[in-house]
Write a protein that binds this ligand. Structure first.
Ligand SMILES: C[S@@+](CC[C@H](N)C(=O)[O-])C[C@H]1O[C@@H](n2cnc3c(N)ncnc32)[C@H](O)[C@@H]1O
Length: 178
């Protein structure tokens, strides 16, 4: 899923990139390789932030924050790219979260959200505990309502999950018109 997110983000060499809910930090490591700009990670879990701080101790371009998607510790238009993988199920108010992601993205900046559709999540018994399932049309319409345009889908295949989705969209507006 991380590979699909990275592919769909199309990170530019100097881009500032945000990942929300980085967990073990595998996508953070990949992001640091594709940009020379800053990489910002925000995660709700103290344990995950502490673990990532140990893992990336010597990385000056990485900023890690303990926080939630619904109150990102970033200014308006601070990042060129934003992504989140396997996360939307945990967000208390996903529509508000997407507005917050739109706020921190530059106009024209891209968001990539990767998630398992409900029929995949249901194959795993753990889905009953703390997961809120959202299907593709629901995620798409929340992105649109938050001001993302040009929404595109990509599908990935693997083992556990067999199938997963990545929706990308650009924050409305262009750099020139911002
Ligand atoms: C299932 S893990 C996914 C980790 C990683 N993205 C991956 O795919 O391997 C979900 C992560 O999201 C974090 N998380 C859950 N709710 C969050 C929120 N509201 N804001 C930011 N991070 C959150 C959790 O602490 C956890 O690290």
């Amino acid at each position: 899923m991380n590979r699909l997110a990275l592919d769909r983000l199309e990170v530019g060499r100097g881009d500032v990139v945000l990942e929300v809910g980085f967990g073990g930090g595998d996508l953070l490591a990949r992001l640091l390789r594709v940009t020379d700009g800053e990489v910002v990670g925000v995660d709700l879990s103290e344990a995950m932030v502490a673990r990532a701080r140990r893992r990336f101790r010597c990385e000056p371009r990485l900023r890690l924050h303990l926080g939630s998607v619904d109150a990102l510790p970033l200014g308006d238009g601070a990042v060129d790219r934003a992504c989140s993988v396997n996360n939307v199920y945990f967000w208390p108010d996903p529509a508000a979260a997407m507005r917050e992601l739109a706020r921190v993205l530059k106009p024209g900046g891209r968001l990539a959200l990767c998630f398992e559709p409900p029929e995949e999540l249901r194959k795993w018994p753990g889905h009953r505990f703390g997961f809120r399932m959202h299907d593709e049309p629901a995620v798409r319409s929340m992105m649109e309502a938050a001001g993302f345009v040009g929404i595109r889908r990509a599908e990935g295949r693997g083992r556990m999950p067999d199938r997963f989705l990545c929706l990308t969209g650009e924050r409305e507006g262009s750099e020139a018109g911002a």
